[in-house]
Design a protein around this ligand. Structure first.
Ligand SMILES: [Zn+2]
Length: 167
């Protein structure tokens, strides 16, 4: 275990930590190996549900951190830019909320492993958004998060539509 304050990244960027954080650093290729192995071992249907739940469980508790240090939803782009998870734009679309996410790490990981698909593949990120939104809204139930465009299938960014339960 080493104490890290800053991480330099190859395109000249810098990730710095304003507070103590415990991190595990993985290259996109290594993370991609994890995800791709799930797909290869349990098949497409299992991949979708398993990685969606992994993502959802991963973001549990993050909402509290975002409320405390980043002021809620408006701080999401800053936080994820800081930790190198790409660019996020959150837009309202009727009753739905849409996360437009450039360079989401799951897409980059799958691309790094040479995965191509004719359908969206970032189920981990979709589940992550599900848990994140549900946590930040507290009480308002997310029905599901559907990825509509995906870098893995050749789109310029991944977009995730958040659908809410009625009432
Ligand atoms: Zn995607």
């Amino acid at each position: 275990m080493r104490e890290l304050k800053e991480i330099y990244i190859k395109d000249g960027g810098l990730i710095s930590f304003k507070r103590d954080v415990d991190v595990i650093l993985l290259t996109h290729k290594t993370f991609g190996s994890f995800i791709k192995a799930i797909y290869e071992i349990i098949g497409k249907a299992g991949y979708k549900t398993t990685t969606y739940m992994q993502g959802r469980l991963s973001s549990l508790g993050v909402s509290e951190f975002i409320e405390k240090h980043y002021g809620g939803f408006q701080g999401i782009p800053e936080l994820y830019r800081e930790i190198g998870w790409g660019e996020i734009k959150i837009v309202k679309d009727g009753d739905n909320m849409v996360f437009e996410w450039s360079n989401n790490p799951v897409a980059l990981a799958l691309k790094a492993k040479g995965v191509n698909s004719d359908e969206p593949m970032c189920y981990f990120t979709a589940g992550y958004v599900h848990g994140l939104v549900e946590g930040l809204l507290g009480g308002k139930k997310v029905k599901r998060v559907v990825e509509e465009t995906c870098v893995v299938k050749g789109d310029d960014k991944c977009t995730f539509r958040v659908e809410f339960e009625e009432g």
